[in-house]
Design a protein around this ligand. Structure first.
Ligand code: HXC
Length: 536
């Protein structure tokens, strides 16, 4: 049915399904605008993007979010630059797709760099779009996710680009500890495009396509005369194994998106909420007799601490963080009776589980994340100490090691600790001990808790006796036995309340779950201050 129009210049009307009338021409214009915006840099550039093994910005958003939930904002924003002929090229959206949607039915805000438009480079308008979704995420208490694929600051926009980045850095800093911030490096992340991810909580990099560098290979060549590829300079493997910049690496983008979805499932929406609970069929009272045999008889033999963690947590499911960096300490998320926990554990497979500078930094950052976001911390201790030697002293093990002490002491979330074998010296003090204010501390019967390992201790305090003995070896052995029986066994610590209970390893899961349940409403306060001064 045609309806009369009050407007003078309108020729075509039709009735919509609901009976309202719409102006056909304006709808067509909207369709064209949407199509133009969605084409980004055009078909040719999209083909190039696919040839490089990368998805487009919109394909990524569609794969990451729950189907049909994406609501785009600022699709028609354009830049205002006029320098270097930029006025002739004003692509709709300006090279970044922004908006909000759902992941596992929970709200997230996100931005996705469109490399097909000016190489995903960031100018003034682009920066304002990102800042808008960051502000919305903060106001609405929801995580912010950045899908990065960018040549960095848009060179043609000069200082405006730097201002755009700096506004993002400022918001990253404000949002830190308020809403989870997660970054994926899916293509190059160059220059300014590395610092915003670096200010976020977690970075996932895709092998082969994701790279992060402050200055690219060409600048390295010009400045230092070195030939180096993108992969060697800042590829996923380099950042996952050497620099520790990447918390996770995946083989492709699909894997990256499923990892992001999994990661978010352990996290609350913001710092005033608790993480979601996931029902499990794994009984909380499960007794795991195999834990009695898991520590090798030889105290110096290695084993994989992941095996202990898997036997204790729900359904043997772990999300390990920084799996390839500072491997002498394990950190990761798991659930116990459905509740998220952060697990920190010494890993005897590497450096006998000793804490060195990088392991201290890795664990400290994880503890601080858990504390900021109300995730209880379960600590599993088998630590022979801080790593000795000139290399470590000179690389600042004192400075870095103190970060872990600081992080544990500062954390007020529920903290439950189990000592499985060695707990020596300052490293034990740091690793969720009573002194760093863990709430409940357990030890397995073979735990050794002392200032230092028996061999070193006996050599220090009985040097004269050993040197003066007729049979030095027999004397040393007798002194070692005596030292172990007198002081390193867990009952000495338990007699002083430093350990709350010595437990059968088989009941570790029920004991931990019971402790965590008792601590669910824990409240603990620290003195009011502007901020602490962690040894950065
Ligand atoms: C403007 C850029 C750009 C940039 C890339 N492009 N980076 N335009 N500003 N920063 C454009 C290219 O000119 C090209 O345009 C298109 O994006 C695709 O780039 P290609 O080089 O063809 O792609 P590829 O071979 O895949 O290489 C991608 C790249 C490379 C590795 C990112 O473009 C590169 O090295 N760019 C410069 C990276 C960099 O040094 N950035 C640092 C900026 S300084 P056409 O028209 O040909 O399609 C910085 C400091 C900020 O960010 C500090 C903040 C406080």
């Amino acid at each position: 049915m045609i309806v009369d129009s009050p407007a003078e210049d309108i020729h075509f009307y039709y009735l919509s399904a609901s009976g309202g009338c719409m102006r056909e021409r304006t709808l067509k214009k909207l369709e064209e605008m949407n199509q133009a915006a969605e084409e980004g840099g055009g078909k040719g550039k999209i083909e190039e993007q696919h040839k490089k093994g990368k998805l487009t910005a919109r394909e990524r958003v569609a794969q990451l979010l729950d189907p049909g939930t994406f609501q785009e904002l600022d699709k028609f924003v354009t830049h205002r630059a006029t320098e270097f002929g930029m006025e002739k090229n004003r692509p709709l959206g300006d090279g970044v797709v922004t908006g909000y949607g759902m992941i596992n039915g929970r709200l997230v805000y996100l931005f996705s760099h469109d490399f097909t438009v000016l190489g995903g480079s960031l100018g003034e308008a682009f920066g304002k779009k990102v800042v808008k979704v960051m502000d919305l995420a903060m106001k609405n208490g929801a995580p912010i996710i950045g899908l990065n694929d960018s040549g960095g600051a848009r060179i043609q926009e000069g200082a405006s680009s730097l201002a755009g980045y700096s506004e993002i850095f400022f918001r990253n800093t404000l949002a830190s500890g308020v809403v989870p911030q997660i970054s994926a490096a899916l293509g190059p992340s160059a220059g300014g495009a590395v610092y915003s991810p670096a200010l976020t909580d977690f970075i996932v990099m895709v092998k082969g396509t994701g790279s992060m560098f402050v200055t690219g290979p060409e600048v390295v060549k010009a400045a230092l005369g070195q030939d180096i590829s993108f992969e060697e300079l800042g590829g996923a493997e380099v950042h996952a194994r050497k620099s520790g910049v990447a918390h996770f690496i995946t083989s492709n983008e699909q894997e990256c998106f499923s990892l992001l979805r999994d990661l978010l499932s352990y996290l609350p929406q913001n710092n005033s909420e608790l993480p979601p609970t996931l029902k499990t069929k794994d009984p909380p009272e499960r007794v795991e007799k195999s834990l009695r045999e898991i520590i090798p008889d030889d105290a110096n033999k290695a084993y994989d601490v992941r095996e202990i963690v898997k036997k204790v947590v729900d359904d043997a499911r772990l999300l390990e963080v920084h799996a390839n960096w500072a491997e002498n300490v394990f950190v990761g998320f798991a659930r116990m009776d459905g509740e998220s926990v952060g697990v920190v554990a010494n890993q005897p497979l590497f450096l006998s589980g000793a804490l060195d500078s990088t392991a201290s930094v890795k664990a400290a950052r994880f503890v601080r994340f858990c504390d900021a976001f109300n995730i209880p911390i379960v600590t599993i201790v088998d630590v022979p100490g801080y790593m000795p030697g000139a290399d470590e002293e000179h690389s600042g093990v004192i400075r870095h090691g103190s970060k872990l002490l600081f992080a544990y002491c500062e954390a007020t979330v529920p903290k439950v600790t189990v000592i499985t074998r060695k707990a020596y010296g300052g490293a034990y003090c740091a690793m969720g001990s009573k002194f760093s204010r863990a709430d409940i501390n357990y030890a397995w019967p073979e735990a050794e808790i002392a200032v230092m390992g028996p061999e070193g201790a006996v050599n220090v305090i009985f040097r004269k006796e050993i040197e003066g003995a007729a049979d030095k070896e027999a004397t040393r052995k007798a002194l070692l036995k005596d030292y172990r029986e007198t002081i390193t066994n867990p009952y000495f610590a338990a007699s002083r309340g430093i350990i709350d209970d010595v437990i059968d390893p088989a009941v570790t899961r029920p004991k931990l779950i019971s402790a965590l349940t008792s601590l669910r409403k824990k409240k603990e306060f620290r003195p009011h201050k502007k901020h602490g001064n962690i040894q950065l």
